[in-house]
Design a protein around this ligand. Structure first.
Ligand SMILES: Nc1ncnc2c1ncn2[C@@H]1O[C@H](COP(=O)(O)OP(=O)(O)OP(=O)(O)O)[C@@H](O)[C@H]1O
Ligand SMILES: [Mg+2]
Length: 352
């Protein structure tokens, strides 16, 4: 699917989607991740035909989607609020797209049996949506959206209404179904863990356009700017200026802390920069460390598989540190002086 210069403008002045370009090769799973109001739903609604874009083209198998009425676009659509037909049973709901396409009854029966098995709802065929849990309803919606083997599936926070445990379980089922069917998928969430678990690529959205699109790992390891870095995972961000002496690059933070940097190419030609380091990349009392400093522990908290520390360095800046809870992790009570440090390349310079 190729989305070209797609714009959605509401009420003549609210630009929800701003000239979006996005090329999704067949079979790829792409997630739109971004804050509330960044235009995620508007993109999906424009593709599905429920909102009229003010400009753009969308090609699926070389036909221009936007020229077709919604019912001829042949897309699988799953939204947050199930949207099942309440008066129909599970199997009637799942069969609906095939009935609309005038399939033969025997073919419908066979496809529905297979779909019911795929979403693990055997025994529930005769129930109506009102007799199902949220997770079960969402699985019916998923089966209904994929049964006609659409070339593209659009999903808008399909797991948003479910609790954590059910969401994790459905996440893996969803991924398995997508991989088995190979349906090109455009997915929307504002849950970064979900996005990282499911996606081949994630597009970080801001104000109707893409800030950065890349694999989950690349986005996490090499965010282009502070917005992306802050949106995906936690990070310590220090503000300061860059100093070049010979071939050494240093950051001087606003509080006066001088730190060596591997390189400052991320800053372009700017002197004022943000430098970022992830909390799990800061080591405590370990040798050897490229960059190190003393620090005072000011807080220690337990977060299940992680222990979180907050430390204050001599310049006064505070850093968050995450340590694996290995069971042998030493105890760093507030007030304790420690040595912290990191590998040189783990601190990155970012644009605003
Ligand atoms: N029907 C509408 N009329 C006018 N403005 C709208 C309409 N729908 C959405 N908007 C505006 O367009 C922008 C994008 O909205 P959209 O629903 O696409 O965001 P979103 O990224 O899906 O947010 P969320 O994460 O909250 O679902 C917002 O500023 C919103 O207020
Ligand atoms: Mg939305």
């Amino acid at each position: 699917m190729q989305i070209q210069s797609l714009s959605v403008v509401y009420d003549e002045n609210i630009t929800a989607v701003d000239g979006l370009d996005l090329d999704i090769p067949p079979g790829e799973f792409v997630t739109l991740l971004g804050p509330s109001g960044s235009g995620k739903t508007s993109i999906l609604m424009a593709l599905a035909g429920f909102v009229r874009p003010s400009s753009g083209h969308v090609f699926v198998d070389s036909r221009d989607l936007l020229a077709l009425p919604p019912n001829e676009r042949n897309l699988g659509l799953v939204v947050q609020s199930y949207a099942l037909f309440p008066h129909m049973t599970v199997e009637q709901n799942i069969a609906f797209p095939l009935r609309m396409r005038n399939w033969k009854q025997t073919d419908i029966d066979q496809a529905v049996r297979q779909a019911v098995r795929m979403v693990q709802l055997r025994g529930y065929e005769k129930r109506k949506p009102g007799q199902l849990s949220g997770g079960e309803q969402q699985r019916v919606a998923l089966a209904r959206a994929t049964i006609f083997d659409p070339p593209v599936m659009l999903m808008d926070e399909p797991l948003g209404a479910l609790d954590r445990q059910l969401r994790d379980q459905l996440q893996s089922e969803l991924k398995a179904i997508q991989q088995r069917t190979g349906i090109t998928t455009l997915y929307v969430t504002h849950d970064q863990d979900e996005a990282m678990a499911l996606s081949d690529r994630i597009a970080i959205m801001r104000d109707g356009s893409i800030e950065q699109i890349a694999s989950p790992q690349e986005l996490y390891e090499r965010p282009r700017n502070t917005f992306v870095a802050g949106f995906l995972g936690e990070s310590n961000v220090l503000q300061g200026t860059i100093h070049l002496t010979g071939n050494r690059v240093e950051l001087e933070t606003d509080a006066g802390w001088r730190l060596p940097l591997a390189d400052a190419s991320g800053a372009g030609d700017r002197h004022r920069v943000h430098a970022q380091i992830r909390p799990e990349r800061i080591l405590v009392e370990e040798d050897p460390m490229d960059v190190h400093t003393t620090a005072e522990v000011i807080d220690q908290s337990f977060a299940g598989e992680m222990i979180r520390l907050t430390v204050r360095v001599p310049s006064g800046e505070q850093l968050a540190i995450k340590r694996q809870n290995s069971g042998r992790t030493s105890d760093f009570q507030p007030g304790r002086q420690v040595t912290i440090g990191w590998a040189l390349q783990d601190m990155m310079v970012l644009r605003d």
